[in-house]
Ligand binder design. Structure first.
Ligand code: PNS
Length: 166
């Protein structure tokens, strides 16, 4: 690490809620980034009705990354590339699970490149154990009374149980 120019990565998303797959990707970034900002969008491109408020999502993120000082969690408004510039980040990180993710991710990466050529999008592949995992499936399964304890960490499981009443 060059202390004068730390390599900062931004890992953006909705994180509604953060899953073990997200946690895996965020921690993987630390093999090349000095610091990673997990950035929760106030307005996502494909906005769905959120299960958790922005504040709740940030609290859960802070809890699951409490052991890792190199990962910070923050909300952002407006364009992702503007937030990346404001934080001096060179890389946008996205997890790529399957071919199904590719089209949406490619579109976003290309649009972000049109908006700024100073930030590169990097795709990381999660551990195979999480290759099928998504926050939307976790919400659905938990909402229908299914066991999601293998897919989210303890603090998130507690909040899910409170929220969906299982
Ligand atoms: O977890 P998600 O919902 O797939 O994350 C999508 C997210 C938040 C990364 C994307 O919607 C985003 O960057 N939103 C911020 C607004 C923006 O910059 N839009 C243009 C991106 S092409």
């Amino acid at each position: 690490m060059n202390p004068e120019h730390p390599l900062v990565a931004i890992y953006p998303g909705s994180f509604d809620p953060v899953t073990l797959g997200h946690q895996d990707i965020a921690r993987r970034t630390l093999s090349f980034a000095d610091r990673t900002i997990v950035a929760v969008a106030r307005r996502a491109t494909h906005q769905k009705a959120p299960l958790f408020t922005l504040e709740e999502r940030l609290e859960m993120l802070a809890e699951v990354f409490a052991d890792e000082p190199r990962i910070e969690c923050e909300a952002f408004d407006g364009l992702l590339v503007d937030f990346a510039h404001a934080r001096g980040a060179r890389f946008i990180i996205r997890g790529l699970r399957a071919v199904a993710d590719f089209e949406y991710e490619l579109q976003m990466a290309q649009m972000n490149r049109e908006l700024s050529d100073q930030v590169e999008t990097l795709f990381l592949i999660p551990d195979l154990a999480y290759s099928f995992l998504s926050a939307s499936l976790v919400r659905e399964v938990a909402g229908l009374g299914g066991d999601v304890s293998r897919f989210v960490s303890g603090p998130v499981l507690l909040r899910l149980r409170e929220r969906v009443g299982t």
